[in-house]
Design a protein around this ligand. Sequence first.
Ligand SMILES: [Ca+2]
Ligand SMILES: [Ca+2]
Length: 72
Amino acid sequence: MNRNELVEALFEEFDTNRDGVISRGEFVELVRCLFGEHGVATSREIFDEFDANHDNVISRDELVQLVIEHAI
Ligand SMILES: [Ca+2]
Ligand SMILES: [Ca+2]
C-alpha cells in the first residue's frame, strides 16, 4: 500500500461524515487507532502541528504529511 492509498484508507475509515476532511473529533479516533491511548492525550498538539493552513480540519494533503513524518 503506498502513501496515497493509505491516506485514502484512513479517510474511508475516519471521515465519518464524508465531508472530505478530518475534524478534531474524527482526528481523535484516527490518533487512537494509529498511536493508541497514549496518543489521544497529545492528539490536540498533533492536530495543531499538522493543520498547516489552520482551517481547523485535516485535509488529505495534511494527512499525507502526518503519514510521512510518523513513518506510518
Ligand atoms: Ca469529516
Ligand atoms: Ca487544515
